[in-house]
Design a protein around this ligand. Structure first.
Ligand SMILES: Cc1cc2nc3c(=O)[nH]c(=O)nc-3n(C[C@H](O)[C@H](O)[C@H](O)COP(=O)(O)OP(=O)(O)OC[C@H]3O[C@@H](n4cnc5c(N)ncnc54)[C@H](O)[C@@H]3O)c2cc1C
Length: 465
């Protein structure tokens, strides 16, 4: 079929039950990360014939399981906690083994800034971080502005905090210098402190019930023993939906009867509903007709992730004990390093260059040099990883919102636009930017799309209130 030709599989609205029949596509899901795979599985389980089209040759998107030193390791999204109910439900449903990370048990802690990297005892790190975090969110106005963490647009006072940056809050506080050094290092995964929304960070803290322990637990307590690929695999086998890999979508055209999706090879698929589960940053590389406008256009133009992150797992010798290194944003080649697994001949170290000062494309020698800047005794044996910003199907790393973006985008971008149902961690009302947010968002989009198929308007748009 030539691009633009009338599709064969168009479904007439009057044929309300035809999404249940075998020969017609009831729903198309664009993008097979956690959000899209969840949506496709849920739609298929509801009896809707569902086709998932994925640009890469694998499912998983910004999760990525690679092999190094004979081990499966994750170089994309990896950590979660059982209080993140959406992901935990999947992990328990498929009985996937989990392992604890070294973050909370490592005996050796290092904190970096522009002057270098210095050792600190875990007890001192914990005490300083605890004190600094409590001061950071200690304004009694904050919980009042976020009375319902799962529905961030509940109180208009949040807009004022969303207009502020993390740096603004540091300036207001005037913390003890050492406490601030520790907190800046702990916050490095948000990217530039002067370009990250304070309101959005506070929503993260409210998602962690304003508790230091729960906030730390959000990031690095549990991971899947066999990698995130094992979860995607389980969902796919359980799903009953059709998967088309290596099928980048170039255009999505909607009309009053549904939407037509054009693939790079020119072929087209049509269905009454389409779940768009690509990263927000990627929407700008897909031709939407009619064009996306308003907040959707603004979000993809501006980007809603930290722009530069290279993630790696390094096989190193010379460092035999579990180690945690955190550095303030941009001050060291790697901002985050955490022991992944101890080996007989050294260890696997998870490393994130959040500012992109060192990338996988730089090659072994530059990465080895960067590693020695942070851990002088470390010898690099091997490395696997991924540069997310230059990946055309990600165009950025994990979700992180700039000042003003929470108010304009969250609980807004996931509202249906005609037959299009947007999903993804980037736009999840709760736990945005995280694995669990992707699953929650995918499940919700599937339900809304199902309601759309039966001609009903999703009543609960915006989620629990
Ligand atoms: C390095 C890194 C570390 C992270 N660590 C953590 C962590 O420890 N804990 C945590 O909770 N979260 C973490 N995250 C965040 C988490 O991984 C993501 O938020 C989540 O995986 C996103 O899922 P998603 O389905 O919304 O999007 P994605 O995973 O990006 O899925 C979107 C899919 O759409 C596909 N696609 C793109 N363009 C097209 C197209 N044109 N046509 C068809 N398909 C297309 C992509 O290939 C992809 O498969 C991390 C992210 C990164 C990058």
């Amino acid at each position: 079929m030539t691009p633009g030709a009338r599709p064969m599989l168009r479904l007439e609205r009057k044929d309300k039950d035809s999404h249940m029949t075998a020969d017609r596509i009831g729903a198309i899901v664009v993008g097979g990360g956690l959000a899209g795979t969840t949506a496709a599985r849920d739609l298929a389980h509801a009896g809707v014939r569902t086709v998932l089209v994925e640009a890469r040759d694998r499912l998983g998107g910004r999760t990525s399981t690679q092999t190094i030193a004979g081990r499966e390791v994750d170089t994309g999204g990896v950590y979660f906690h059982w209080f993140q109910s959406a992901i935990w439900r999947e992990v328990t449903r498929y009985e996937l083994p989990v392992v604890e990370s070294a973050l909370l048990t490592a005996a050796r802690y290092l904190v970096g800034d522009a002057d270098g990297v210095a050792a600190i005892s875990p007890e001192e790190f914990d005490e300083r971080q605890r004190r600094a975090l409590s001061a950071f969110w200690g304004d009694p106005g904050y919980p009042a502005a976020l009375p319902r963490p799962f529905a961030p647009q509940t109180d208009p006072r949040l807009a004022k905090l969303d207009a502020m940056s993390i740096e603004d809050r540091f300036r207001e506080l005037g913390l003890d210098a050492e406490d601030e050094r520790v907190l800046r290092a702990a916050f490095s995964d948000y990217g530039r402190p002067d370009d990250t929304s304070l309101g959005w960070l506070l929503q993260r803290m409210s998602n962690a019930i304003w508790s230091n322990e729960a906030y730390n637990a959000l990031f690095a307590v549990y991971r899947l023993r066999d990698g995130m690929a094992s979860l995607l695999e389980a969902m796919r086998h359980d799903g009953g939906f059709e998967v088309r890999l290596s099928s980048p979508v170039t255009a999505i055209e909607r009309d009053d009867r549904g939407a037509t999706v054009t693939l790079r090879d020119g072929s087209q698929l049509t269905a009454p509903v389409v779940v768009v589960a690509t990263p927000v940053n990627v929407w700008r590389s897909i031709e939407f007709t009619p064009a996306l406008d308003g907040p959707h256009a603004a979000a993809t133009r501006e980007g809603v992730t930290i722009p530069d992150v290279s993630s790696m797992v390094l096989h190193v010798r010379g460092v035999s004990e579990p180690v945690v290194m955190l550095s303030s944003f941009g001050d060291q080649p790697f901002e985050i390093m955490v022991t992944y697994t101890l080996l007989d001949d050294g260890q696997l170290l998870q490393a994130f260059s959040v500012s992109g000062r060192v990338t996988c494309a730089d090659g072994h020698d530059r990465i080895a040099e960067a590693l020695r800047e942070v851990l002088p005794e470390a010898e690099l044996v091997d490395v696997v990883g991924h540069d997310w910003p230059t990946d055309p199907f990600a165009l950025g790393g994990w979700g992180s919102l700039r000042p003003g973006q929470l108010t304009r985008f969250i609980d807004v971008l996931d509202r249906p636009v005609g037959p299009l149902y947007f999903a993804g961690a980037d736009i999840a009302p709760q736990f945005s930017g995280l694995l669990t947010g992707a699953i929650e968002s995918g499940a919700r989009a599937a339900r809304r799309a199902r309601l759309g198929l039966t001609g009903r308007t999703p009543d609960g748009a915006g989620g629990p209130r």
